[in-house]
Design a protein around this ligand. Structure first.
Ligand code: PMV
Length: 342
């Protein structure tokens, strides 16, 4: 038996991906808009792909038994999604591993399916562990493209640091690529992650973004105005202009959520605590603390700030009713292999 273990950090989009391109290449999972993210040092996913000999494989009762997430067999839907992804990588193997059975064991160091982007680190770690286990050699760009086919945001968890994903225009997706953004040395950024008490989310991001696209009159405006946000935020990061970065980030997340609110029927991921946290951040700003919020497909609030302000912001947000935990998180590195035993 051979195995490969990879760890990928999660990432949070400062400028959001929300909406897919359609057409004949739907399998490529091409985004309608680009995105810009910060990789988080504390949160991530560790995944081991083990190639099984025939006897071990025969002893496993079902596909779910071969896909374990956080110590338990994955449910059928989840297992099918993971297996389809790994199968597509297995087909690329240069040798007899193309036929080989496998097991996937994954641990999330982040709450699963609650809007903290665990799918980003999950599919990045799975892509890296799978290519290693099946002996597929890919460039970092190819690896990021592969991760994107598992989950749109996963492409941004390969490189580490600040990553821009351009949507591109070509049908074959060859210009939908990630690039690292060099952050201005004056910026020492942290993200304060306030987790709100909640269960698993009711609508997954893929369903929600398709519904928005199909029914919200604001969706076209979201797409049309998005590149300006992406360019402004990228330049602000490079130039060290924290105010422009923060303002653009907040504006972009509110626009994203506005498309979901105005879908038919409208929907939202926020709870009263989400709104209380947004108010608390605006209140902090009134007292001179540079802090800006962003929310994804979940109720949690992530606050971009200078590292020196992080302890004060953590304390202020812990006082908000309904908050489960608050962590200050720095910038994380690239996805990496932990061990490859042959
Ligand atoms: O990677 P997905 O398909 O779960 O989509 C992620 C969408 C957002 O988290 C809302 C935004 C983003 O760019 O990460």
């Amino acid at each position: 038996m051979a195995n490969a273990t990879a760890f990928a950090h999660t990432n949070i989009a400062l400028i959001k991906y929300w909406g897919k391109r359609d057409g004949i290449r739907a399998g490529l999972n091409l985004p309608a808009v680009g995105s810009l993210s910060m990789t988080l040092d504390k949160f991530g996913t560790e995944t081991t792909v083990t190639l099984l000999d025939a006897a071990t494989n025969d002893a496993l009762p079902s596909i779910s038994a071969r896909i374990q997430i956080d110590g338990t067999p994955a449910d059928e839907k989840e297992a099918a999604r993971v297996a389809a992804f790994v199968d597509s990588i297995r087909q690329m193997s240069p040798d007899s591993r193309r036929e080989q059975a496998y097991q996937v064991v994954s641990y999330n160091h982040v709450p699963k399916a609650a809007g903290l982007a665990s799918s980003a680190s999950a599919f990045a770690a799975l892509a890296l562990a799978s290519v290693s286990a099946f002996g597929v050699s890919l460039s970092p760009t190819e690896l990021a493209n592969l991760a994107r086919m598992g989950s749109g945001s996963a492409a941004r968890s390969i490189a580490g640091g600040f990553v821009r994903l351009d949507a591109g225009l070509l049908d074959d997706g060859s210009d939908c690529v990630t690039s690292s953004v060099a952050v201005h040395p004056s910026l020492d950024l942290h993200l304060v992650v306030a987790q709100v008490q909640s269960g698993p989310k009711e609508i997954g991001s893929t369903t929600a973004m398709q519904h928005t696209r199909n029914t919200s009159p604001f969706y076209d405006a979201w797409v049309d105005t998005h590149l300006a946000d992406l360019d402004r935020a990228t330049q602000a990061l490079q130039n060290g202009d924290f105010t422009v970065l923060g303002e653009t980030m907040e504006y972009n997340t509110l626009k994203m959520h506005a498309t979901l609110l105005t879908a038919q029927p409208g929907s939202w991921y926020w709870t009263p605590t989400t709104l209380a946290l947004m108010n608390a951040v605006r209140q902090l700003r009134k007292t001179g603390v540079a802090a800006y919020f962003t929310m994804d497909a979940g109720p949690h609030v992530k606050v971009l700030c200078h590292s020196v302000d992080a302890p004060h912001i953590v304390q202020a947000l812990r006082a908000v009713e309904g908050v489960r935990s608050v962590d200050a998180v720095g910038v994380g590195g690239p996805a990496a292999l932990r061990a490859t035993l042959r």
